[in-house]
Design a protein around this ligand. Structure first.
Ligand code: N7H
Length: 512
């Protein structure tokens, strides 16, 4: 066991069963049977009340084991929140640097593209001049009515313990049911499958990429905050092979970004620029250009599998690839030149699959180290009930905010979420392009002058003058602990000076 903590690689990884009772339910899925959701951003008024509340709520958190519950409740904490509960610097210092520093730093603003009108100075929450974010509470219910009732109960309880939900974001249940996002595209399709062993399949990703305490795609265990055994007198925490206690085991880092979508501008741009490309606009051409930007059709059908027109029969298809097929092998359509699905499209750049480099296997190996579990939901009223682009184009600007509560889970915020955002979404030179950031949300330089290239066999086309259609309105980095760790956090720091100390920070922990 000690070997697990200290080093070396194993030839054959064991099949590791996840402890569903100790892992929060959001890791296993986005609660599709509970279409109503509300996110509460909470300030812990005083540590004693905060710990008492946490102790009370810990037993009510929905785990991966829960089935067919009428409501769901998950919780995550910021570094500020952990400090507020009483965690000392030695312990906080064992969490990842991004988590400790938070989403709003000069460096992070640059790499995430949180500039111009996405600058934190314009955020509604999460920036230093706004009330502190200590906790994220995620509430799920079967209907809006149930959610209101549930939410009132939860908020009344918070109040009793001096916790304040200063910001709440409510998702739009109809969009969860139709699985559409505000631009009118089918969302929530491509998700990695968690696996034990390293494998060549591009969508099987090892558990340690998403949950602390398991091997990742390097064959290593993610760094996890540990405490000395004497600091866990109630023996609440999972054991760590080193003999210490593992506060991070079965937890994950959660990234939350409130992303506002400019839906009318998006479709007006598609209208104007499909005219530019084809001489005149039509419903088909608008949708074609928008789908080229996304990489899937509004139904969800991947452009690689259906290049010329939408095909709802392929709406949930995720088994496709881009790299050139090996001669004689039946691998489905390929698209090495981006003629079907442009290199710069949103889905191709957020998961380049087997075509990141000329070597397919190398691509798969690298890409598997930059995956995320997406768990977001849309908020705000749809601009047109039908979500049909033609109806959207006819709609009047209503001044209402709508967008995506983007949530992703990963074991390493820097290597996973931030890498995707910086190196794939915002990078104008992605995949050999010249000046193309992500056409939906890339931080174009200069702003409003974005370019999107549509590769074609003879001469590529390009549309220009792209603005960002997605603006950041708030965000924070959280840690979503396992259930044992949550109980520990509630009782670990009694309000006396003799609080037990954690072990000093350790470097990365290699796998067996
Ligand atoms: Fe993206 N969109 O509606 O256009 N996204 N996304 N995303 N996204 C995907 O496969 C969208 C955002 C990823 O494995 C689809 O579920 C919008 C951020 C990844 O093939 C659609 C916003 C980040 C994938 C959208 C937004 C990502 C993906 C196709 C913001 C990461 C899977 C449907 C408002 C930092 C790619 C699907 C794969 C797919 C949209 C944000 C990442 C339609 C509107 C910030 C990894």
């Amino acid at each position: 066991m000690l070997e697990a903590a200290l080093g070396g690689r194993k030839e054959e990884p064991d099949v590791v069963t996840l402890d569903e009772r100790d892992i929060q339910g959001l890791v296993f899925g986005g609660y599709p049977k509970l279409p109503a959701a509300r996110y509460l951003l909470v300030d812990i008024g005083d540590p004693v009340g905060g710990r008492a509340w946490l102790d009370r709520i810990a037993g009510k958190i929905t785990t991966g084991k829960a089935q067919n519950e009428a409501t769901g409740l998950n919780i995550a904490l910021t570094c500020l929140g952990l400090a507020r509960l009483g965690a000392c610097l030695d312990l906080l210092g064992q969490f990842s640097r991004e988590f400790q520093e938070g989403m709003v730093t000069e460096h992070r603003q640059r790499i995430l593209g949180d500039e111009v009108d996405s600058d934190p100075v314009h955020w509604a929450w999460g920036s230093p001049d706004k009330p502190p974010v200590h906790l994220l509470l995620m509430l799920f219910a079967k209907s809006s009515k149930d959610l209101e009732e549930y939410s009132s109960l939860v908020k009344a309880d918070l109040k009793k313990y001096s916790l304040t939900a200063h910001t709440e974001l409510t998702s739009t249940p109809s969009m969860m049911t139709t699985r559409k996002e505000h631009f009118g595209f089918h969302d929530g399709i491509a998700q990695p499958q968690m696996a034990d062993a390293a494998g060549s399949h591009l969508n099987s990703i090892r558990k340690g990429e998403f949950i602390l305490g398991y091997e990742n795609e390097y064959g290593l265990y993610p760094v996890s905050p540990l405490v000395a055994p004497h600091a866990d007198p109630g023996n609440l925490l999972n054991a760590h092979p080193s003999g210490k206690k593992d506060l991070g085991k079965n937890g994950t880092y959660l990234v939350f970004r409130q992303l506002s979508q400019d839906v009318l501008e998006f479709w007006k741009y598609m209208d104007a620029n499909s005219q530019h490309l084809a001489g005149s606009s039509s419903a088909e051409r608008r949708v074609l250009l928008a789908s080229k930007c996304v990489g899937r059709w509004p139904s969800g059908a991947p452009l690689v599998l259906s290049a010329d027109k939408d095909n709802p029969a392929l709406e949930d298809k995720n088994d496709f690839h881009y790299a050139k097929n090996d001669p004689g092998k039946k691998e489905g359509p390929d698209d090495p030149q981006g003629e079907r699905c442009p290199f710069g499209s949103h889905v191709r750049r957020t998961n380049p699959r087997d075509a990141l480099t000329d070597d397919k296997q190398q691509s798969i190996t690298v890409v598997k180290r930059h995956r995320i579990l997406r768990r977001g939901r849309s908020y705000g009223p749809p601009i047109a009930d039908s979500m049909d682009p033609e109806d959207i184009l006819k709609a009047e600007a209503d001044g209402k905010d709508r967008g995506l509560c983007f949530i992703c889970l990963n074991a390493d915020i820097s290597r996973q979420f931030e890498f995707i955002q910086q190196t794939w979404i915002n990078n104008p030179k992605f995949a050999g392009l010249y000046n193309d950031a992500d056409p939906l949300m890339g931080a174009h330089d200069p702003p409003g002058q974005g370019v999107f290239t549509l590769q074609a066999s003879l001469v590529s086309n390009r549309v220009t003058g792209l603005s960002r259609f997605v603006h950041v309105r708030g965000g924070a980095y959280f840690f979503m602990p396992g259930l044992k760790a949550l109980r520990y956090l509630a009782v670990a720091w009694p309000n006396d000076p003799a609080r037990p100390s954690p072990v000093p920070a350790a470097p990365g922990v290699p796998a067996p």
